[in-house]
Design a protein around this ligand. Structure first.
Ligand SMILES: [Zn+2]
Length: 271
């Protein structure tokens, strides 16, 4: 039975970015049949499960047999195979926002029902953003905008950095001390201030914070209905993280890939 096409129209266009990642099925089959000496049938069943990694799709580390399309590419950059071996993964990135979170959840529920075709994941971009902003504050005299103008893809603990940090090729290597600070900050942002945290309302213990939030009608406004303060707080944090500007969702559509894979396999089998 043919499943209905899922529409992404409920999400504002400005929050969606599409990426197409190509894969060479000749490279993919050769890996399993020539290098690993598997039968075409086993190779096919393994390849049906294949999902490109996030680093392939974002371009952070796109590796064989994946590549990005370009107007002049009509042969595989790895094996020189012709276009008939190419298949596509369509990645749909959604930058979350509270104004359409309901629609996003509904869409995700529909996509989950087609888990063969769609692979879903969430990128905790806010962790990286919190880390970078803390690192910047730790050494404010640097011209960070210039240093990090090419962007940071990853913050990496390193025992080899001479000073507190070193930037190279999209990676920000940081000393154990700075790395420790970063994960503390992230913990504080994402978890409760058990022993009191500073707020516009003064320094509040966890219990005081909850009472204050209740009094201003925060939980009601957020639609949070929980049994105890810890649960209330967990929900509140969950909502913040889910819908904050840092939450990024990916859906990878494997339809073209699965169709082409099947037809390539059937041709191989017919030989
Ligand atoms: Zn190839």
């Amino acid at each position: 039975m043919k499943k209905a096409e899922i529409s992404f129209d409920s999400i504002p266009r400005s929050a969606i970015s599409n990426t197409t990642l190509k894969i060479c099925l000749k490279c993919a089959f050769d890996l399993f049949t020539k290098q690993l000496k598997l039968t075409p049938r086993t190779a096919y069943s393994e390849l049906k499960k294949h999902i490109p990694e996030e680093a392939d799709i974002t371009g952070a580390a796109t590796s064989r047999p994946h590549f990005f399309d370009a107007p002049d590419i009509d042969h595989c950059p790895y094996c020189n195979g012709t276009k008939r071996w190419f298949a596509e993964f369509h990645s749909i990135r959604i930058d979350a926002h509270t104004s359409f979170e309901k629609e996003r959840k509904k869409l995700w529920a529909a996509l989950k029902k087609q888990s063969d075709r769609y692979t879903l994941w969430r990128d905790d971009q806010w962790l990286l953003e919190a880390a970078i902003s803390h690192i910047k504050r730790s050494a404010p005299s640097n011209d960070w905008d210039k240093v990090l103008s090419a962007g940071v893809r990853r913050v990496q603990l390193s025992r080899q950095v001479e000073d507190a940090w070193r930037y190279e090729d999209g990676w920000l290597y940081v000393s154990p001390a700075l790395y420790g600070d970063v994960i503390m900050v992230q913990h504080l942002i994402s978890r409760s201030h058990q022993h009191g945290g500073r707020t516009f309302e003064g320094r509040l213990t966890f219990q005081e914070l909850i009472r204050r939030l209740r009094r201003i009608g925060y939980f009601e406004a957020k639609g949070i209905d929980a049994n105890d303060p810890y649960e209330e707080f967990e929900y509140a944090i969950g909502k913040l993280v889910d819908s904050g500007p840092g939450a990024v969702y990916y859906a990878v559509d494997r339809k073209d890939y699965l169709d082409k894979l099947k037809s390539v396999y059937e041709k191989k089998r017919a030989k």
